[in-house]
Design a protein around this ligand. Sequence first.
Ligand SMILES: [Zn+2]
Ligand SMILES: [Zn+2]
Length: 501
Amino acid sequence: MPKKKITKKKIIKTKKMGARAKTVKQAVLPLAPAIPPKPPEVPQAPRGMRDILPADEHLWHAVKKEAEELSNGFGYGFIETPILEHKALFARAVGTVTDIVQKEMYCFKDQGGDELCLRPEATAAVARAYVNHGMLNLPQPVKLWYLGPFFRRERPQAGRFRQFHQWGLEALGDSHPVLDAETISIALAFFRDLELPVKLEINSIGCSQCRASYKNELVKFYTPKQELLCDACKMRLQINPLRLLDCKEAQCELLREGAPQITDFLCEACRDHFMHVLEYLDEAGVSYNLNPYIVRGLDYYNRTVFEIFPVASDDGKQKTEDRTEGEHGGEKKEAELNEDEENPSPVLNLLSSGAQSALGGGGRYDGLIEQLGGRSTPAVGFSLGLERIISYMRSRGFSPVSGRLPRIFIAQLGDAARRKALLLWHELRKEVPAVASLSKDGLKAQLEIANRLQVRYAIIIGQKEILDKTAIIRDMEAGIQEVVDYNKIVGEIKKKLAGDA
Ligand SMILES: [Zn+2]
Ligand SMILES: [Zn+2]
C-alpha cells in the first residue's frame, strides 16, 4: 500500500479542525469530564494452560534428563510425532465412547477441511508411525520413547492441566510378558533415581475373549443395582461396563466392593501371561499391589495394565509383602492421607484423590495396530505425567533453583569494556555458565544485580584493565578483589569454582 503523503499543510488543517470540534463540544456539554480510553486488558494464558518459568527450570531439567538417560540406557529410540493428528486416529485408537474422544479433545477443521486434533496422548500416534514407516520390517520389538506436550480439555483441578507433558516408552512387535516387566521396571527406575517413593498397582484386563464374559458378569451384577449408580455409570453400564470399576463417586465405589473380579475370568493364556509378568517383576525386585480396579480409561488396552501412585514420605518403603490379593491394597493409605487435611497442598489432593492421582501408567495394547488397519502387532508401553511428578518433587523439598544459580557475573565499565565483556562471555560460557547486564553503565548497579543473583564471583573489566590486558575477579562473599591476567581468567575462574566445591 502506498504511504499517504502527509504535508505540513495537511497537519495544520487537521489541527484547526480538531480545535474547532473541541470548541463545539465544550459549548454543548460544558461539564462533561474527559474519560480516558480504557487500555485493553492483556490476554491471559488459556484456562488450564500455563507458562513454565525459569524458577522451575531445575525441576524440568531433572525429569527430562532422567527420562532421556533411562530411555537411551535401555536402548529405546527417540520419536517425535506431530502435535496435530487426524481426528480419526484417536477415534479409532482411543475409542469413541471414552471421555477423551467425546469431551476432551481439541479438534478443528483446518482451511483445507481436514479434521485435526491436538494429540491427547502418544500411543496411538506412535503406533501410526510404526505402521507408516514400515517398522514391522525391523528387528522386533521396536523400542521407542517420546517426551512432549499433550492436550486434553479436562475439568481444571489440582495437578491437572489442559496442556501437559508426558514421557513414555513403547515396545512394539513382541507379546512376551518379560517386556511388560521391562517397561514397568524402567518406569519405576525413574522414580527410584529421583528418590520419589511410589507404589505400583497392577492388574490384567484379559483379552477380548475373556473380557467379554467378564463384561457380561459385570452387567449381570450391576443391572439390578443400577438405580444406585451415578449418572455417568448408568451410561457406562450400557456402553463400557469396565469403566464402572474406576468411578470415583462414593456410591459407585461402595457398590463395586461386591463386584466380580476380572482375574477370576481370565482365560488360560491371559492368566499365564499375567503370572509371568508378576514373576519377572519379583525377580527384578519390583514390588506391586494387585488391584482389580485398575482398568485404564482407553479402549486399546488388554492384558497387563498398571498405574503408579505417589506415597506419603513415611510409607515409602513398600515391601513385597504388601502384595495382597485384596481389593483394599491402595485404599487404606488413602484413608490415612485424608486425615492430613491441615495441609491442602495440590499434591496432597493428588495423594488423596484415589486413582485420579496416578503419576503415570500403561499396559499392553496388542490389538491397537490392527484396529488402526495394520497387521496384528502386540505392544506394551507406559507414559508418565511430568507436571504431576514435578509437583510431587516440589512437595518433597526439591529446591526449584538449587544448583542452577549462575556462579559468575561479568561487569564492565565503558563501551570498550562492554565490547570486550561480550567476547569474554562467549569464551566463558563454554566452561561455566555466566550472567551479565551489558546494558547497564554503572558498576554499582551491576554489582547489585550480581548480589541479587547470588553469584559467587564477579569479573570486572574497566578502561584500565583493557589497557593493562587484565581483569578483576571479585569474591562476592568475602568482598576481596584480585587482578588477573586477561588471558588467564577462564582458567582462574575454573580453579576457584573447583576449590569451592
Ligand atoms: Zn484372555
Ligand atoms: Zn459412578
